[in-house]
Design a protein around this ligand. Structure first.
Ligand SMILES: [Zn+2]
Ligand SMILES: [Zn+2]
Length: 75
C-alpha cells in the first residue's frame, strides 16, 4: 500500500508523546517532535516537558549541591 504524500507528511509531524496530535515544534534538547501542550518555553528555546523536567531537576540538584558546599565552607 502506498501512503499518499500529504498523509505521509502529516505523519512526520506527529507529537512523540501524543501520536494523534500535530506537532509544530521540535524539542531543542532531544530533537523529538512535540505538540503545543508538550512544549515548554525554556530560556534556551522550546523544549519538551520531559527534557524541561530533567533539565530543571538537574539544575536544581546542582544548585543544591553548590549551596551546601558554600554552607559547608562557611562553617
Ligand atoms: Zn526533549
Ligand atoms: Zn504532545
Amino acid at each position: 500500500m502506498v501512503i499518499p504524500l500529504a498523509e505521509a507528511e502529516s505523519l512526520t509531524f506527529k507529537c512523540y508523546y501524543h501520536p494523534d496530535r500535530f506537532a509544530p515544534r521540535r524539542c531543542g534538547l532531544c530533537g523529538r517532535l512535540i505538540c503545543v501542550s508538550c512544549t515548554v518555553l525554556h530560556t534556551s528555546g522550546p523544549v519538551c516537558a520531559l527534557c524541561y523536567m530533567r533539565k530543571v531537576l538537574l539544575e536544581e540538584a546542582r544548585l543544591r549541591i553548590r549551596l551546601s558546599a558554600i554552607e559547608a565552607g562557611a562553617r
